[in-house]
Design a protein around this ligand. Structure first.
Ligand SMILES: [Zn+2]
Length: 189
């Protein structure tokens, strides 16, 4: 596909995909439209002290990444990769996992659980804002693998790699390659 991008647009795309790796994003109950509440994770199943809610909010995600459906299609971006874990300012919830499209998020259970366990991994392996921390990402992948979702993580990394090459973003390509290499080593080890 031959797409002419204005420099500032491309620059923005390079920046926004670093956001995926950041923590320090917060949500309070007041900021949440409760119609978006799709699922509350079972504390026992996920070994968490307080409930984690999954919300669907296209607008929050579009605003955060600066993308819309057209851009997702144009750059082979699977919307499940745009899942963001927010710290909770609400005492009733530990975290909010915000997804772009809940129905699609649930369409492949292996991918869904792998993403959930990866995001929950960030509770013990936080990443500072605007920081890319491969080691933390690898630990979070391993959290999902440990819970039985190795093929889910493999699918996620395949989608990440596809997106990284489509965006031609060296940082993302490196992230996908490093995490895939770690996955193969972890399995072999
Ligand atoms: Zn992560």
């Amino acid at each position: 596909m031959n797409v002419q991008l204005k420099p500032y647009t491309l620059m923005f795309l390079l920046i926004v995909f670093q956001v995926k790796y950041t923590s320090g994003l917060t949500l309070s109950k007041g900021e949440i439209d409760l119609h978006c509440l799709c699922e509350v994770l079972d504390c026992k199943k996920y070994s968490i002290d307080k409930p984690v809610a999954i919300l669907e909010d296209k607008q929050i995600i579009q605003k955060l990444f600066g993308l819309n459906d057209k851009w997702l299609n144009m750059f082979n971006i699977d919307s499940r990769l745009m899942t963001v874990c927010y710290e909770s300012l609400d005492g009733d919830f530990l975290r909010f996992i915000v997804v772009y499209d809940y129905e699609y998020f649930c369409s492949d259970n292996e991918v869904k659980e792998a993403i959930i366990y990866h995001e929950l991994g960030h509770i013990t392996h936080p990443v500072a804002e605007k920081e890319i921390n491969h080691q933390a990402e690898i630990f979070c992948d391993q959290n999902a693998i440990f819970h039985g979702y190795v093929s889910g993580i493999r699918k996620v990394l395949f989608l990440l790699s596809k997106m990284a090459h489509s965006l031609n973003n060296p940082l993302l390509i490196e992230a996908a390659e490093t995490r895939t290499k770690a996955l193969e080593q972890f399995k072999a080890g």
